[in-house]
Design a protein around this ligand. Sequence first.
Ligand code: LR7
Ligand code: MN
Length: 509
Amino acid sequence: MKLEDWLHEGWWQWREMHWESGTIKTEQNCGKQMCEMGRCKEKSYPMNLPSASIIVCFYNEALSALLRTVQSVLNRSPVNLLHEIILVDDNSDFTNLKSELEEYIQNSLPRKVRLVRNSEREGLIRGRMIGASHATGDVLVFLDSHCEVNEMWLQPLLAPIKQDRKTVVCPVIDIINADTLIYSSSPIVRGGFNWGLHFKWDPVPASMLNGPEGPTAAIKSPTMAGGLFAMNRNYFNELGQYDSGMDIWGGENLEISFRIWMCGGRLEIIPCSRVGHIFRKRRPYGSPGGQDTMAHNSLRLTHVWMDEYKEQYFALRPELRVQNYGDISERVQLRKRLNCKSFKWYLDNVYPEMQVIGPNEKARMKQPLLVNKAVKRPKVRQRGRIRHLQTSKCISAQNHPSQKAGIVVVKECDLSDPDQIWVYDEEHELILANLLCLDMAEMHSSDSPRLMKCHGSGGSQQWTLGKNNRIYQVSAGQCLQVVDPADIKGYIAMAICDGSAAQQWQIES
Ligand code: LR7
Ligand code: MN
């Protein structure tokens, strides 16, 4: 396969990107901030950067996707900085990942590319630890096995680590469409989470984009998505690698994020480094015993890192209170040994935007930030019906717009009905009939969006009206769509943005 046949546009779509992230007004033809983004190209990096060991762990990956990852790294990393690529086969059973892969590595790839095989399925967490234990470069760079790194991806990641060995960095994760394999750029967002312990994307506070380096500056991020990051190798070991009691998939990204911040490091997203990742509609594998490893792993991290705030998680998942999560004593010990700060410190200092409702609400309400926010209503940007272009129907409450947690659906537009009128405000909220906010509620990302009390802190209530008439949910990184245009029930759901007719909307004032 020829790498250059694969499109990699990505790099220069700054205007739309920023429009999507809701931080920059749409300025035609290179507005101030968008032009500044071009400064990525002008940046220079020190010659003597640390060397990188790339770790790619895979389980039943499509050979073509795996090779796209490897080839792009080989083609787009300076030879002197690329120490090695370590592929960890997590006991896959696809036949072409056996001798065919070995022969390909042997015959067509440089000696720098090495293959390690797990004799049993370990999951991505222990798998990465095994990869790291074979590495000898200065910096570990972890990638999922279905990525394409973009031009000039590596130096921007290595430079901040050279400056401060305790800085852990992530590239911006661009989107590779799972059906067409086309590469396209993502908005600049940063990592957060919700109390269900699901990772989510958050908008970047405008103040962070307006410094002297403009939007090309590193962005402090409360969490990482998990798959793509770079970290000094010795620091990775000192900080306790990963929790080897975590299985297969899930939760390790929040665990390492909390640990980095609470134990004296920092985590950043580097807007000038871009790596594409294939976003699939569903994960093509399960865990060997069918367990919910996400719950198991989240329980472990909750008990080790979250102090009294674990109650927030249990309030949403009461059934997990009594579930066994194995022995965590080593990790508790680690936290002590590293002298890590409290979870409250993390919330107050790293993620003050996080809302605390329920068990620990009182302690948090002392935060002036949250109190001030509720006071004044944001300015209206647009007001009108939201029409679905394909069906010509309008977004309405399924029942009544005053009903909390009621879902929205598309219904025949009724020009005389004030209950179909939406306000789109400066805070990117969508408010129906001046009552409740459109909300992609916490635990149910596959559900329909609901109407909830406006909380004024973005996240699940933050929407942008972006390119191709789409309505984009910032924290989910997904688009609003009609499930089945032919179905009179008119259900609406969130889905990966694909520009299709089902995802096109217009506000009509
Ligand atoms: O048993 C397994 N063994 C493996 O080696 C299961 C998976 N894997 C490999 C797999 O082949 C892949 O290379 O591990 C890697 C990650 O698995 P994915 O691609 O199925 O995960 P994901 O992209 O759906 O999930 C995200 O969250 C995970 C939580 O455990 C990991 O941290 C993933 O690395 C992470 N991916 C990203 O951050 C990419 C951006 C996605 C976003 C947002
Ligand atoms: Mn992935």
